[in-house]
Design a protein. Structure first.
Ligand SMILES: NC(=O)c1ccc[n+]([C@@H]2O[C@H](COP(=O)([O-])OP(=O)(O)OC[C@H]3O[C@@H](n4cnc5c(N)ncnc54)[C@H](OP(=O)(O)O)[C@@H]3O)[C@@H](O)[C@H]2O)c1
Length: 246
């Protein structure tokens, strides 16, 4: 298998860490971004102790200039980016009639704006080299909507609109663009939800439990594979059966 250079945004988070580790286990050189240097270095050290070496580049994905500088820094450290995983994301949950403009804007900028901000400085190189893998980490709630998440569901649905447009524009350049839509995975993002609400969520999952980060990472590795070259514009739901729309 060809070793590639991968950038996973939000790689220090729950799902992001699993994606970084899985891509490294597949033989790729992996970088992620950070905003808080001390936190990122502690993460890097912890990963190193377990045998994983990851590159770090400063960058807020919600800021176009910072995202471009982050991409250039990764290129400097590892070389041209061949696999891009747009994974960084946040929630600011509240019902729409209580939502303020900041809660809307932060979620749209971080989850959806980041797809423009990070992919734009990467795409020209992929087109020139005629090879690329781009994966958006969307959400089940972008597919089905969710009470209290008009901002997040709009951003996550938008991510797949972005995927299917880029997939068409770049298909002739050896670049595939796909979306992974996880259901509820037991990371900090979901553990921040009150326990009684979480119990109600689990009750809606036919497999009967929250997902594990590795189960999402596996799908990213699949899309990044050389042989996945005829799969583009797909949206893969990984949700324990909670939402089976198609
Ligand atoms: N957990 C779930 O059940 C679930 C389900 C469906 C979809 N997802 C999606 O999966 C992705 C990862 O989620 P997770 O559960 O792993 O979340 P997480 O543990 O909270 O990690 C989020 C990561 O994104 C980074 N990040 C956030 N805002 C950023 C910004 N403006 N610039 C740069 N980095 C930023 C965070 O960095 P900092 O440490 O600097 O904050 C962190 O590394 C998200 O897109 C999320 O929406 C999660």
């Amino acid at each position: 298998m060809t070793a590639r250079v991968a950038l996973v945004t939000g790689g220090t988070g729950g799902i992001g860490t699993a994606i970084c580790r899985h891509l490294a286990q597949l033989g790729h050189k992996v970088a992620t971004n950070y905003r808080d240097e001390a936190k990122a270095k502690a993460w890097q050290d912890a990963q190193r102790k377990e045998g994983f070496e990851f590159a770090l580049a400063r960058g807020d994905v919600a800021d176009p200039a910072a995202a471009e500088a982050m991409v250039r820094e990764v290129e400097k450290q590892l070389g041209p980016i061949e696999i891009l995983v747009n994974n960084a994301g946040i929630t600011r949950d509240t019902t729409f009639h209580k939502m303020n403009a900041l809660q809307w804007q932060e979620v749209i900028a971080t989850n959806l704006g980041s797809c423009f901000n990070v992919t734009r400085p990467v795409i020209d190189g992929m087109r020139e080299r005629k090879w690329g893998r781009i994966v958006q980490i969307s959400s089940i709630n972008g597919q089905k909507g969710q009470y209290g998440q008009a901002n997040y569901a709009a951003a996550k649905a938008g991510m797949h609109g972005f995927t299917i447009s880029l997939a068409q524009e770049n298909a002739k350049f050896g670049i595939t663009v796909n979306t992974v839509s996880p259901g509820y995975v037991g990371t900090d993002m979901v553990m921040a939800v009150p326990e009684d609400v979480r119990a109600k969520i689990v009750a809606q999952i036919p497999i009967g439990r929250l997902g594990e980060p590795d189960e999402i990472a596996y799908a990213v590795g699949f899309f990044a594979n050389e042989q996945a070259r005829w799969i583009t514009g797909a949206n893969l739901a990984i949700n324990g059966g909670q939402y089976m729309g198609w």
